[in-house]
Design a protein around this ligand. Structure first.
Ligand code: RP5
Length: 170
């Protein structure tokens, strides 16, 4: 799999990348969020160890191509988010993808333990939905319409809790 999705004809502002197409079952949650919020995005397999030159080119060209946030997911020895963060000053959101052997703890520790100086905003194991939402939040700092959409989304969460509480009372 190379580019598996491009959102309409608009230039992508979020890059969703992953170390393998096998990560897509997790990373598709981020794509779903970006699609729901109407955020133009691109999806690409970029492996830090299988395609290192592509990974560096992707990170170095990201800002110039108009990306504002990169969401990077990988599993196992998951160096992709940190390596991308090393070659761009864009915010990088890391998604630890769980594999079968260590349930994603290896991925989490590989991504979250970045030494000071090159941050990766790490979400929970398999937390691609929150990665998408975090990207939307970052974009919303300069986009009032997106901020309003986020507030509306949060209101739906409140409504859901209220509905469930009401059901408990019956
Ligand atoms: C990592 O190796 C990828 O991010 C993926 O989570 C894992 C396994 O990749 P495949 O062997 O399924 O291609 O680099």
């Amino acid at each position: 799999m190379s580019s598996v999705e491009h959102e309409g004809e608009r230039a992508a502002v979020v890059g969703v990348v992953m170390g393998s197409d096998s990560d897509f079952s997790v990373m598709s949650d981020a794509v779903t969020v970006l699609t729901q919020f109407g955020v133009a995005h691109e999806v690409e397999v970029v492996s830090a160890h299988r395609t290192p030159e592509k990974m560096i080119a992707y990170g170095r060209s990201a800002r110039g191509r108009g990306l504002k946030v990169i969401i990077a997911g990988a599993g196992g020895a998951a160096h992709l988010p940190g390596m991308l963060a090393a070659v761009t000053t864009l915010p990088v959101v890391g998604v630890p993808v769980p594999l079968s052997r260590l349930d994603g703890l290896d991925s989490l520790l590989s991504i979250v333990q970045m030494p000071a100086g090159v941050p990766v905003a790490t979400v929970s194991i398999g937390g691609a939905t929150n990665a998408g939402l975090l990207a939307v939040s970052i974009l919303a700092t300069a986009n009032p319409a997106l901020a309003d959409a986020l507030a509306a989304y949060r209101a739906t969460l409140e409504d859901t809790v209220a509905t469930k509480n009401a059901a408990l009372q019956q």
